[in-house]
Design a protein around this ligand. Sequence first.
Ligand SMILES: *Cc1c(COP(=O)(O)O)cnc(C)c1O
Length: 418
Amino acid sequence: MKSWLEISEGALRANYRALVRAAAAGGGGSMPVLAVVKARAYGHGADLCAGVLASAGAPWLGVADAEEGVLVRRALDGTVGAGKVKPGVLSQPEILSNPESLVGPESLVGPEILVMCGLLPEDAEAIVSHGLTPVVWSPDQLGWLERARGGVSQISVHLEVDTGMSRQGAVAGARLGLFLDRLAASASVRLGGVLTHFASAEVSGSPLTELQRGRFEAALEQIAARELRPEWIHAGNTSTIDEAGSIPWLRRMAGLYGARPMLRAGLALYGYCLPLKGAQSAVRDHLRPVLAWRSRVLAIEDVPRGATIGYNATFVAPRAMRLGLLPVGYADGLRRELSASDARAGGWVMIRGRRARIVGRISMNLTTVDLSSIPEAAPGDEATLLGEGVSAEDHARLAETIPYEILCGLRARPRLTA
Ligand SMILES: *Cc1c(COP(=O)(O)O)cnc(C)c1O
């Protein structure tokens, strides 16, 4: 194995618990937190993380698409079979395919699965047959689901309201009206939830968030005017929980319409959050990274002063150096922006507890690091690319991006550890 990801089950659970505690902010009791495991759980492995989060009590898991939803459903069924989640109770697809056994939604094992990033006509069948809940906003989508219904009597959907992202969702007013008309005409689709997504949650007091809340309120009113009573009203992301200002509002909205409020979180589950503007972070101090990315030193080489290192010789050894070769590169998600030249220091890895700086350009599958100040390093030594001493925030800073992109760009295989 050239490199691997060690996924700390303990850290993932602890981060989830920290989010649940923070979601109770502003009084009014606890609020469920949907755990987002889309994009292979931000690179951490959706199947592994889904099992851990389910057993930690997450009532909902969020995936990007139907394919990911099926993967997570199978992983959960495996976990249930293995007795890790309440044993002996039927999973949702079993209940759906065997209505006789239905003893009410309370009997569902583990979390429901929300497919958050839209669907295509050909996804509808997998969604229905695996008991996934799609986020929808257009009349067409309802038609696709109805046609894929098979023997399932009720398909629950969550309606996204576009309040300012112009990405997905129906805008309150005429567009939402058309959707609600179509929904009213459906015998098999039921409105299980309503959601929106904030564009600037990390900015405390953002006027855009204010505007988005107002538009969401208008949509909720329009939905209630049609006598629809969704069970869930949800919004937010890591920064919404971290910034906390929208939590009492969400609780109030849910109260007003007799629904259950819910927050959603992804990044913080994995131990990171964006810096907040204008507010104290509620969760940062309670999070720790879940993932360590490790590899091994393939070879060690002494090179003389003047040796050229890597493509285009952007780095020339200023003195005799000892170089370590690592079997990872940008194909594995080690960002090429972490390369080092004569003019610019790049990233580093940790070997024997010390920094070994990357030298020269990162190649597709190989990277050279400076071991000159770690004389005891030996071939086969473990190298930490992300973990103690080097964070996804460090990589994000060097690559001029966000920790999200660093994490979900990792390609190495995840393994669960304690
Ligand atoms: C990805 C996503 C989230 C999670 O966002 P984080 O910032 O990672 O917490 C929440 N809601 C929706 C709709 C998403 O797509």
